[in-house]
Design a protein around this ligand. Structure first.
Ligand SMILES: Nc1ncnc2c1ncn2[C@@H]1O[C@H](COP(=O)(O)OP(=O)(O)OP(=O)(O)O)[C@@H](O)[C@H]1O
Ligand SMILES: [Mg+2]
Length: 294
């Protein structure tokens, strides 16, 4: 993935944060389904028959309306939830429990307020990392996300975007084969969000890993992903499944204004049930749609 100009350049050698060339993992969702118990012993199907093959190092964005099961799918991939049907394989071996080959980044940074940025990032290091290796790795990651001058600060002393960068560094500290990101920039203002997108491209270039990115933001998906999976429900059938799969053309960083992307944007918005003016179809025009930030 090419680097971009607006994010901090990867600092010096990235040897301490790089994985071996073959280290990003393949992820296979094989007919994954998930149902949850509902009232009176019945069950409600949230996901149905989701099959996706993710190549090592690929960035796949998962889009879909609120409640369609995006986070559930991500949690299943990380072993934080279990599929009711089908399974997820990472590099051919099934995910059965919390999987140390994965790391998760959430919408909110979830930093420990009483610990410094350095200490928070170090929490992501795999067990058994030596003190010296850990310290070098944490320092390089903090540089990579542009927080070198804030390493000793507590979370309350840094901005929301900085906290989110620290959280990304903590996830990368594990050296994950698969990075699972659940709306990682969803709580940030529009400008910071764009900068974070560029940063993610730089981080991916410096420490290549497979990325599954859940987002509500069509433009973010078009900018960052190799491939976009749109989850949706078919009429009369319970549970979301793959409604559209789009291979995003061109290399990153992509021209946000290109006609090709505009066409894909329109297709995805249509698939999400949003008309060209940003209104959800079938919902009165006065209804706020906070989940669609475009
Ligand atoms: N542990 C659980 N028990 C019962 N229902 C659950 C559980 N986890 C998720 N659900 C239900 O599954 C559905 C999908 O939830 P999920 O969080 O995956 O949606 P989402 O697509 O990530 O939504 P959003 O875009 O709002 O984050 C929701 O209706 C939710 O209530
Ligand atoms: Mg979610």
């Amino acid at each position: 993935m090419p680097s971009t100009s607006t994010a901090p350049a990867p600092a010096g050698s990235t040897s301490a944060v790089s994985r071996p060339a073959d280290a990003p993992c393949a992820v296979e969702f094989a007919s994954v389904g998930r149902s949850f118990p509902s009232e009176r012993g019945a069950s409600r199907t949230v996901l149905r028959d989701v099959s996706i093959s993710v190549k090592p190092g690929e960035v796949v964005a998962i889009l879909g309306t609120s409640g369609c099961g995006k986070s559930t799918l991500l949690r299943i991939a990380g072993g934080l939830d279990a599929a009711s049907a089908g399974r997820v394989l990472i590099d051919g071996s099934p995910v059965t429990d919390f999987d140390s080959r994965t790391a998760v980044g959430f919408q909110e940074p979830r930093l420990l307020p009483w610990r410094s940025v350095t200490e928070n990032v170090a929490l992501g290091l795999p067990r058994g990392t030596s003190k010296a290796d850990g310290a070098a790795r944490v320092a390089r990651l903090i540089d990579l996300v542009g927080l070198g001058d804030f390493a000793g600060h507590r979370p309350r002393e840094i901005s929301g975007g900085m906290a989110q960068r620290a959280s990304l560094a903590r996830a990368l500290a594990r050296n994950p084969g698969v990075l699972l990101l659940d709306e990682p920039f969803g709580a940030l203002d529009a400008l910071t969000r764009l900068k974070m997108q560029d940063l993610l491209l730089d981080v991916h270039a410096a420490a290549p890993t497979t990325v599954l990115l859940v987002t509500h933001d069509v433009d973010e998906a078009l900018q960052l992903a190799d491939r976009i999976i749109l989850l949706g429900r078919q009429d009369g059938v319970d549970g979301s499944t793959i409604a559209q799969e789009i291979v995003v053309p061109g290399t990153r960083p992509r021209d946000r204004g290109s006609a090709e992307l505009a066409e894909l944007r329109a297709r995805l918005l249509d698939g999400l049930g949003i008309d060209r003016h940003g209104q959800a179809r079938g919902i009165e025009s006065t209804t706020a749609i906070p989940h669609f930030p475009y």
